[in-house]
Design a protein around this ligand. Structure first.
Ligand SMILES: [Zn+2]
Ligand SMILES: [Zn+2]
Length: 417
């Protein structure tokens, strides 16, 4: 049996705590998990030539999901200002039926998502919590990167409407394609056009717990969030009797308290403290405070929300998570919430079943290549107009002699004309 670090339910923690004589109510980092001492690092290595058991690590692509299991991978947990160590909001949810759902695709997050080396044909369902760039800024990298790496299908994007049409997801995606028109026209001719299409499923941002997706045993619901203007929403994904809630940016709100109830995993923002935003993020004090009290959720308020909802496991994100910040945020959350908690950072992974929730870190390569899936990309559509004119083409010099051997060998190997 795999020796994973498992996060026991609250009840099991109490029982285990009594057995082990542990001090209950210690909500330090130990609340993550209580594991037997010999297995503290994942298990014993039985032989010098043997294999090491799992050590709080998920190696992408190496573990099939059980039919009744959901895996959630944080591909971005940070803020709008880009940094190497932490991308902006992005969450991959993989369900045991083989489906994959991307919730938000914020600035910088696509490199983490790509590092999981999932064939692009399966990364075609994107749900946007709102239209701030730290929640959708890397859509270009999924759209074009997946296109060049063999995705045969169009992207499907679900997102909220706005108070007016130009504040909604449909408008944003139409104009994204206009922004990328040169990219689209050139790739559509050179590669194939269909993967460059975006099919938008815009839904009513005011809808309260409305079902916006229902296929293959997966149901996704939406309800309003209260952020910087009308439009933002939060989501719940339900599958195999499990419920994963993903809260987009929001001030604490009554809809979340109502519809996030019974969540197995509840992801919600917890902003950097006002002092951190002032000191590190260079924000004026008034803005730093408003970030905590007006259009985002403070760490203390995050704790209050979680105490009300009482999920099996809570996940805090949307703060720069580092030595200088995490303790202040953690302590602020613990002023108002003492339940199971993860302080999210990029490539943190949760496996969720009825029996356990486990938190690990994914170990992924910095040099990921795309991986082929089962489908192949359609051939180029030669009925499309070539978008290069003869005036430019005529400037080519002849390098046939330089390429001759390479071209002959490659054509021979792959049977090209
Ligand atoms: Zn936002
Ligand atoms: Zn945000």
């Amino acid at each position: 049996m795999k020796n994973r670090k498992r996060i026991a339910s609250a009840a099991a923690l109490i029982v285990l705590g009594v057995i082990l004589g542990l001090q209950l109510g210690d909500r330090g980092t130990n609340s993550m998990a209580i594991v037997e001492r010999a297995d503290a690092a994942g298990g014993k290595v039985e032989s010098p030539t043997g294999t090491a058991p799992d050590r709080y690590v998920y190696y992408p692509g190496t573990e099939p999901l059980r039919p009744d299991e959901i895996r959630v991978i944080c591909c971005g947990s940070g803020m709008p200002a880009a940094r190497h160590g932490q991308a902006a909001s992005c969450w991959l949810m993989e369900t045991g039926n083989g489906d994959k759902f991307i919730f938000d695709l914020g600035t910088g997050s696509m490199a983490n998502l790509a590092a999981l080396m999932i064939p692009y044909q399966y990364l075609d369902k994107l749900f946007l919590s709102h239209l701030h760039t730290d929640h959708m800024g890397d859509i270009d990298a999924l759209w074009a990167g997946g296109w060049t790496a063999g995705r045969p299908n169009a992207l499907q994007v679900w997102g909220p409407s706005g108070e007016t049409p130009e504040m909604g997801t449909k408008y944003a995606m139409e104009h994204f394609l206009k922004f990328c028109n040169w990219d689209y026209q050139t790739r559509a001719y050179k590669i194939t056009p269909i993967p460059g299409q975006i099919e938008v499923h815009e839904f009513d941002y005011k809808g309260e717990n409305i079902e916006i997706y229902n296929e293959n045993g997966v149901s996704i619901r939406s309800w309003p969030a209260i952020h910087a203007g009308d439009g933002p929403v939060s989501f719940a994904l339900e599958y195999a009797g499990l419920k994963i809630v993903f809260g987009g940016d929001t001030f604490p709100n009554r809809w979340f308290l109502e519809y996030a109830r019974d969540a197995d995993l509840c992801i919600h923002e917890a902003m950097n403290t006002a002092e951190q935003l002032r000191t590190y993020y260079n924000q004026p004090p008034a803005l730093a405070l408003a970030m905590n009290t007006d259009f985002h959720t403070s760490a203390q308020a995050f704790g209050k929300v979680m105490s009300e909802i009482n999920p099996r496991h809570a996940v805090a994100y949307h703060f720069f998570n580092e030595e200088g910040t995490r303790y202040g945020i953690y302590e602020a959350i613990r002023e108002t919430y003492d339940g199971p908690l993860s302080m999210a950072t990029d490539l943190m992974v949760w496996n969720v079943t009825k029996d356990w929730i486990e938190e690990r870190m994914a170990v992924a390569t910095h040099e990921a290549w795309s991986v082929p899936g089962t489908a192949t990309q359609p051939p180029p559509d030669r009925t499309r107009p070539d978008v290069m004119t003869d005036a430019i083409r005529s400037g080519r010099i002849n390098v046939d002699d330089a390429n001759a051997n390479m071209v002959r060998e490659f054509k021979q190997k792959y049977g090209l004309e």
